[in-house]
Each structure stands twice: as C-alpha cells, then as structure tokens.
Design a protein around this ligand. Structure first.
Ligand code: SAH
Length: 270
C-alpha cells in the first residue's frame, strides 16, 4: 500500500499558496449542482474540467477565469493523468484558487482519489465537494428507483470499461437476483455484459435499461431484457455517455417516468 506523507508547502516569499477544490459537477442538468459547487465556481481563478462537464456548468465561473480542458474520452486522453496532476500542483503553487471539475461525483469512477493522493503528497491544500453521481441522477430522471423493498435490497456500481475483455468483473455476484446493478462506461461492452450475466445464471428475461445523456434534454431511454437489449441498442444508435441499469426495478420505469426530455415534449405538443 502506498502511504501518503504530507509535506509542508514550500515557503515562497510573496506567494500565498492556492488551493484545489475537487468538485463534482453532477450528471448533466446544471440544476443538480450543489450550492457549494456553484459558490466555488463563482470565485475560481482556474477551472480544470473533464469531458462530461457541460457549458452551462462552466458558465458559473467568472468570464475571465482560465479554463483548462483535461479531456478524457475513451481511448483518447487529451492530458495524461500525470500531466493533470502536475498542472493542479503548479496552479496551486502559483497561488490560484483551482476548481477541478469532474462529471458526477469525483470519487465514483472519477479518478478523484488519484489526484488527491498527488496533492496530499505534495503538501497542496485541497477540499472535495461531492456531486450527484450518474447512478443517482440518471436513475431519478429515468424513473427507475435503484432500490425498492420488493425488488432490490442491494445496489452495486461497477465499471464496464473492461481491461482485456470481461475477466475482471465478479459475474457470479452480479448475476444474483434481488439487486440492482448500475454499470458506468459499459456501452461498448453491452453485448458481452449481457452474455456474461446470462452465462452466470441471470434469467434471459431480466430487465435492463440503457440511458443516454440522462438528466439532460437529450435524454434517451431503451428498456428490454438481457436477451434482446444489445441488438436493439445497436439499432437505436446509442452513444456515450450512457448508463446501464440491470434488475427488476427497471420494470417500474414505464409507470414512473416523469421527466420529459425535449424529444418527447415536442411529440406531446404536436
Ligand atoms: N464520476 C462520474 C462517472 C465518470 S465515468 C459520476 O459519478 O457520475 C463516465 C460514465 O458515467 C459514462 O461512461 C456513463 O456511463 C456515466 N454517465 C455520466 N453521466 C451520464 C449521463 N448524463 N447519462 C448517462 N450516463 C452518464
């Protein structure tokens, strides 16, 4: 285990050390930002932001705040993690108030931990501001309660961005009944995920939902079963960011769906 030995900030005459705020930006809808996130954005000198952070969220920062895109699309890392870490350290040492903005919650598949470890080991002051993670935000706007006393007593968050195929997920656990599994970054592996769940004992009829751009006006949902969803998703052309939700709670979706994305609102008015 790597131990962290916090160091004293280096003394530099005349320069007051800055601070890095690791802030969760929520799943998309800017109304889902926390008050703390907005307050920190409003006084930021620099915002270092990821791919999933929207223009509307960035707009809370002062017009003259520096904006640095740290990227991170699948297989296309605009800045390597080490570069991001060293930019954060440099900016703080220059005395800046840095908002490091990440989609959802920084500690859920957001590499927030890695950045904090780096800052801690270099003696840089930091704070973490939690955000609404995609599982909570997207499920709420899709009308899928993640737990329900009749259907799911456990809820698991897993990453579907699999290294070397599918070997490193615990499929036996994931295939169990009476639980909800939420899969982040799983769109490309969707056929494999469904195949593995069925191979490990999940019924072919187990409900599954795919939600693209959850909480945004462009939200798109497809529900089906482990057996039929992959082919239907391919036909419907789903793209990232998309979240996968598996479990009996998905059956409740048609009756609980309350959020009207732009496309359906337009249809209703027609
Ligand atoms: N830290 C983030 C997750 C980063 S991983 C959080 O807590 O939400 C990125 C993955 O999150 C995407 O591939 C997708 O699976 C999911 N995701 C994030 N925002 C989403 C959205 N608005 N709609 C659907 N999925 C989303």
């Amino acid at each position: 285990m790597r131990t962290i030995a916090p160091q004293r900030p280096p003394k530099r005459p005349g320069i007051q050390q800055g601070k890095v705020y690791l802030v969760g930006a929520g799943p998309g809808d800017p109304d889902l930002l926390t008050l703390r996130a907005v307050r920190l954005l409003e006084k930021a000198d620099v915002v270092v932001y990821d791919n999933l952070v929207s223009e509307e969220v960035l707009a809370f920062a002062p017009a003259d705040a520096q904006r640095i895109y740290a990227g991170k699309r699948r297989n296309e890392h605009t800045m390597r993690q080490e570069q991001i870490n060293s930019v954060l350290v440099r900016l703080a040492r220059e005395g800046k108030q840095v908002v490091r903005l990440k989609g959802g919650d920084p500690f859920i598949f957001g590499r927030g931990g890695e950045e904090m470890i780096e800052l801690a080991s270099r003696g840089i002051a930091f704070e973490v501001v939690p955000g609404i993670t995609a599982a909570s935000g997207v499920a709420s706007y899709a009308g899928i309660p993640l737990t329900h006393r009749d259907h799911a007593q456990t809820c698991l968050f897993v990453t579907g961005h699999l290294k070397n195929g599918s070997a490193d997920l615990d499929w036996t656990t994931l295939a169990r009944p009476h639980q909800t599994i939420v899969i982040y970054m799983g769109l490309n592996a969707l056929p494999d995920i469904c195949k593995q769940l069925m191979a490990h004992g999940a019924p072919t009829s187990r409900p599954i939902a795919l939600v693209q751009n959850g909480t945004l006006g462009s939200q798109k949902i497809l529900t089906g079963t482990l057996a039929d969803l992959p082919a239907r998703a391919a036909e419907s052309g789903f793209v990232s960011p998309s979240l996968i939700i598996v479990g009996d709670v998905v059956r409740l979706q048609p009756s609980l769906s309350w959020f009207q994305p732009e496309s359906t609102a337009a249809l209703d008015q027609a």
